[in-house]
Write a protein that binds this ligand. Structure first.
Ligand code: ASP
Length: 329
């Protein structure tokens, strides 16, 4: 059941039809069918925002940036931006990166007190000679750029942290059974990829990282090649799950390379997941979740995860839908 792919249409088709009509006037739309995909079903709203940008003929870079800003600002999303769960010391530290069709990249790691980490990452990309800024340096840069310092903790995230303090156990390991029982997933990083009317790809990834991590811990999400990779000739991929495992296999780059050598997006995502199994063995891999999504240059998409219940949100001219990823276990 969990391995069966099913498609659930969420969005109303009427607005989608309106978009289809509005793109008929664009000669490029005959060749290129724009698409947006994101990790996790909760990011349907983020996809809509990104889709709006594409329908306004804005580039994929603008789409993914505007898209990931949606969960970053949402206090109820406890894995990204404002309201994201803190580290073990009660501090929210954010990681984000962004990559465009020209190979331009920017990332921030362990950024504190700024809601839109993706915007700071974009600033690093567009306004500095660097590609990564970390911690205090990232904050200093953000403030210089006019970003406002904010308290990223919410009542809900503080309550969750205080509850966690009762045991203070950090355990990112899980099991198929635990995942099956849980209503919500414990990984909700947004990784978003878009293909625009010009046929260009871009991606962005944003997270508050693993809840209750050590202060200063950085996962895969802001690491170009691990949490996100875009090659405009081939395709793009992004990741979620236990970042340490994604970094171990350079997940997103591995997937783009697999597509380069002929695999479909789904096969490529599967091959990255299998690489971790080859490296760490089945027993270990049965206890960690990693999930990937990918899109190729022609707008074909795919996803795959180690454990069940990983989902991909898709928005294209047909409408908005959620795909249940196949999983190895
Ligand atoms: N990949 C993120 C990290 O390790 C966490 C997640 O996807 O939930 O920081």
């Amino acid at each position: 059941m969990n391995r069966r792919k099913f498609v659930k249409t969420i969005g109303a088709l009427a607005p989608a039809a309106a978009f289809v009509n509005s793109t008929f006037g664009n000669p490029l739309s005959k060749q290129v069918k724009p698409i947006v995909i994101s990790t996790w079903q909760g990011n349907v709203k983020a996809n809509e925002k990104a889709w709006e940008q594409l329908m306004n003929n804005l580039p994929a870079l603008e789409a993914v940036h505007q898209g990931v800003m949606v969960p970053e600002a949402d206090p109820d999303d406890m894995s990204v931006g404002y309201g994201g769960l803190p580290d073990r010391d009660g501090v929210v530290t954010l990681d984000a990166c962004i990559m465009d069709h020209l190979g331009n990249i920017g990332a921030v790691m362990a950024l504190e007190n700024i809601i839109h980490a993706s915007s700071v990452a974009r600033g690093v990309m567009e306004k500095t000679p660097h590609v990564q800024l970390v911690g205090d340096g990232a904050l200093q840069f953000a403030l210089e750029q006019g970003f406002k310092k904010e308290n990223l903790l919410t009542e809900k995230s503080v309550a969750a942290w205080k509850e966690w303090l009762k045991t203070s156990l950090y355990n990112p390991m899980t099991t198929v059974e635990e995942i099956q029982k849980s209503i919500e997933n414990n990984h909700d990083t947004i990784g978003m990829l878009a293909l625009d009317h010009q046929g260009n790809l871009s991606g962005a990834c944003s997270t508050s990282g693993m809840a209750y991590k050590l202060h200063g811990r950085v996962g895969d999400s802001p690491i170009i090649g691990a949490g996100l990779y875009v090659d405009n000739e081939i395709g793009a991929a992004t990741a979620t799950g236990v970042g340490e495992e994604v970094v171990r296999i350079c997940g997103s780059h591995t997937i783009v390379e697999a597509m380069r050598y002929g695999k479909s997006p789904e096969e490529a995502c599967k091959s990255a997941v299998e690489r971790l199994i080859k490296m760490k063995g089945e027993t270990y891999c049965k206890k960690v979740q990693i999930g990937f999504i990918a899109v190729d240059k022609n707008g074909n998409t795919g996803c795959y995860s180690l454990l069940p219940k990983f989902t991909m949100a898709v928005r294209d001219q047909v409408g908005s839908r959620v795909i249940q990823a196949k999983s190895i276990f």
